[in-house]
Design a protein around this ligand. Sequence first.
Ligand code: NAG
Ligand code: NAG
Ligand code: NAG
Length: 492
Amino acid sequence: MIVSYKNNRLVPAVIVAACITFVYYLIDPSVENYGSPLPDWRSQNPQAAKTTAPWGTKPTSTLPAWTEPPPIPKQTEPSIKPTPIIEPNPTSSDSLSPSDILLIMKTGSTSLYKRLLIHLSTTLSPQNIPPENTVIYSDNNQTIGSFRIIDILANISTQTKSLPDFDIYHQQPLYDSNNVYVEAAGVDGDNYGPAGGWIIDKYKFMPLMQHAGTNYPKAKWYIYMEDDTYLFLDNVLRYLNGFDWRQSHYLGSFAGKSDVVFAHGGAGFALSRGAWEKTFGKKEDLPGEYEKYTSEHCCGDQVLGYALRESGVKFGENNGDGKFTWGFNPIVHWRFGFSRWNWCVPLLSWHKVHNRDVARYFELERKWKGKQMRHKDFFEEMIASDLKKRQEWWDNLSELFSVSSGNKENPPVPESSHDLGLWKKGWESVEACERACEGWENCVQWSYVEDLCKMDDKLIMGQGYAPAMSERKTALKRTSGWLKERLDKWSC
Ligand SMILES: *[C@@H]1O[C@H](CO)[C@@H](O)[C@H](O)[C@H]1NC(C)=O
Ligand SMILES: *[C@@H]1O[C@H](CO)[C@@H](O)[C@H](O)[C@H]1NC(C)=O
Ligand SMILES: CC(=O)N[C@H]1CO[C@H](CO)[C@@H](O)[C@@H]1O
């Protein structure tokens, strides 16, 4: 009786988990990542490499939470301190200002009306940066108010443009000419547009760097972002202040793929004028030389990293050593694992942001103007106020340790101090899970569903199901909880 009852409940769960994993691996890297190799940083971090079976029925939002690379051990710490935690002298005459840089925004015809518009009144507004220090690259020419959007694929060779990859480039203008809107606004006459804007996205990276350096030769830094990135510009400039723009520097969030170490595009990155001159500056047709390579590889940010390396510019904070510390984040704040390793370092970016996020981040930045914002500050301003000791119908995305009835005899245990008795009982109830977490010295959050207790030493905001959402009728209730008092130990 009992056995078959359990089996009945397991079968759908296993099928759902398998389907979601399948969807995640096959669809997400191409659609969601929009040309950026999200899966690869995971291979850098064995913990993050684990994909956990997501809960609920929302396959599009089931990426595992991002845990960052392990901190650089003391002895290998960079000799140049690129992320000053102490306030640099704000009156210092050589500190960078927005008028010293070019802020490059990359968008695409199919995402422009969904993601770019919010940036025009925030990130790219004159309040944030002089208009002449910004440029917007897309796959079509367009004007929105005072913003001119450039088709950066215009000069791609006819040979490359005849590849099937470019079908969308040729099809897109036909939507306009047939008076079909590609805005996904749910208004009459609307349409989602041709599928796969991300396919031509990778071809933009090389030409846009060439175009930026040629047309904005006075910029000390070329700072790249995408329409679903948010850059904390003040902090980014402060960070770049630690480097000489006349030298070669290629800085951002570490990513690796096809034997190339490169800056993750979605997280935002910076290329110094010195690096540009050594590479694009020496060869006007550098982009042309990499069109074939681009067609054979997945991601434009990887192509750029490869091309730069071949011309002698490598990624990394210490003369291209492949290392980076913290700050450029290829993930959004509510999936990010706040930990004691990143708590006190400056925040430089979020990726996969929504319009609402951009508006809120921008407000927060105005409030902080002139002060360095650390991950801790962001957390306290944007997340902490909603914290409860316990919340039903909420998933904190805890994932580090799982204790369930299936592994109760021999569950994985942390190296740090924990109460093994409480730990092994964690699967029994919400209360038991909370106690197991309390019994482990580094635990800051837990989640519980059915007979599964998950615990983590990082803070991940996660998501809940609002009372009106149908998932409350179709999914099992998951409860999450959070040990707020333990944060005091993370003081900076
Ligand atoms: C954008 O303008 C350039 C230069 O005028 C032109 O070569 C290119 O074909 C245009 N792009 C599209 C998609 O019409
Ligand atoms: C295309 O090439 C022309 C001629 O060299 C140049 O003026 C223009 O800026 C280029 N456009 C792009 C988008 O690179
Ligand atoms: C960072 C964090 O832990 N966030 C959420 C965890 O879950 C609680 C509910 O238990 C939420 O209120 C927090 O926002």
